[in-house]
Design a protein around this ligand. Sequence first.
Ligand code: IVH
Length: 675
Amino acid sequence: MLNMLLFFHMPVSKNILLQYTKLVDEVNHHNELYHKLDQPKISDYDYDLLFQKLLDLEKDHPDLDTSRSPSRKAGSTVLDAFQKHPHRKPMLSLSNSYNEEDLLEFHGRVQKFLRSEDKVEYFAELKLDGLSMELVYEKGKLVRALTRGDGLIGEDVTHNVLTIRSIPQSIQHKGLLEVRGEVLIFKKDFAELNEQQAELGLPEFANPRNAAAGAIRQLDSKIASRRPLKFFAYALGEYDGIDFASQAHTEKTFKDLGFPVLDDSLICITNDTDKLIAYYKKIETQRRLLPYDIDGIVVKVNSFKLQEELGMVARSPRWATATKFKPEKVETQIEDIRVQVGRTGALTPVAIMKPVKVSGVTITNATLHNQDEINRKDIRIGDFVFVQRAGDVIPEITEVNLSKRAKKSEIFIIPLKCPVCGTKTIKEEVDAVSRCPNSNCPAVLKESIKHFVSRRAMNMEKVGDKLIEALVDADLIKTFSDLYQLNSAKLNQLERQGDKSISNILQSIERSKPTTLAKFIYALGIRFVGEQTAKLLADHYLTIEKFIDSSKEDLETIPEIGPKVSVAILNALKNKNFIKEIRILIKSGIIFQQSARNHSGVLTGLSFLVTGTLPVKRDEAHQVIESNGGKLLSSVSSKLSYLVVGDDPGSKIEKARSVNVKIISWDELLKMLEV
Ligand code: IVH
């Protein structure tokens, strides 16, 4: 007997204990990054693997003290700033699986538990990658919206959820109904949102889920109201007055009550596991074409009677599983880590890798962002690493294959001096990157000049990147205005410049002189002043002298310019050399033509915003509007006169409706011009 007890309660070795404590800390850390800060540092897939390791360890060593373990909670801890509210029914999470075999195993477990050879009907749908939400309706009214919180107690985020237009605020059901589902942002809206963030000089979001979660976790509902949040309903909490029989019946009822649910074409109801697997494979291949992010499928036993019989295990129901998709990861080797210096002096480490194909695209470079990121992943030159494409696009090194690390490899540290000019770099606490503070640094100069001559700025078509690099290296240009002092004699000093190309270059520089105030301000490269902001500034100040004299007070009267941007503008204008340079540029012959906006055009006094795919290019549409006197705005507000919509418009259309902005098509706009 004693022996048996010993056998079942093997004391936990020091080694296991150490391994376990480390895992608990690690999972808790990632939970906090994901749920509290909305800044995940590892992929969901890696998180799941880590979590599974933790569960396995706990299963193999029942003596472990699990009181601090994240396995005892579903999801995250509750944010303090919000009112907490218990869920009438716990909000569970799903067990994860990753492939067809796992899916078949799930089916095996269901059959075994039900002790039935009968076929079980499954309801399979998309696993939406947003954040889960519970909507509580009492007497037909939306009275509360709760996040999942720790599964038992949620955070009351009703004020933010009320801004989501696709969520009904009242329904035709007079009893209690708790509708659960996912809040998310569509990919297209996300791209627009990030464009706006960049334009306003704000950090871009890593992915749609973080942008959605970030909005929901704000105390100020204005932020959520400006973010294009959507909702899909897929599960029930507590309810009365309706006899729900199955998942299919539930979603049909949700739909009839006015909730957005997944389209029938994206759902598979079947009792045939082959069909289930075919559905999983089909969705995986079509995933990129969907308008929102998903990270797998969810398979649920359709009948509620059977669901009840199956019950729960640990923190998940036995009647459902999430079968996730694996991101395609490929192994390659880092040949070098180069530190690049950007226009703002930011030092960015970039891994140069042996070329490798990931999801159909050959990849050689991947940004390593900053020192913290390098430390966290411990990435070194010569390492074998796994790469994937984040959000299906940007190459990202996920981890190092340590088993292949060379014995003599060295930790990589970003130099404390600028790799180009040798100036000591500066790292401000709020900044993740260190910067070269030398405004005469050749790298900063090269990048600033590349921006100055770019198409949307001074548009010097024949002045390419290579030429700029050669000119700076040969000391032929040190400032923007030096471009206008170039002549054939100077250009002849460069290697491989024929007469024809020299004359093309000089012509291209000459042709850039007539420009608009907006393009000129944009070309100057003031931090956070994007194209749209430059236009607003030009519209407001009308002349370069008035812009140079701008004060904090009048910058703040421009509605779309925030404090961060105005501080950056004022800092630039305080710099005597910067002002001197502007004056030299004007003396070199730059002249401001009236902007494309024609102040006597038929659209004068009206403002426009274009969204969706038009029959013409976006740039062209903007030009037509401006050349007829119309003003372009970057967001929908009651100040906007017209929203011009094309195919697949994003959420702006709903926003426009809610603030009574007129919505017109491109053809209707063209008709306005015919007057
Ligand atoms: S059903 C018992 N259906 O997945 C759980 N969940 O781990 C009932 N999710 O955070 C949830 N799409 O937010 C269900 N079609 C779907 C889902 C889905 C995404 C999320 C849910 C939760 C997680 C479960």
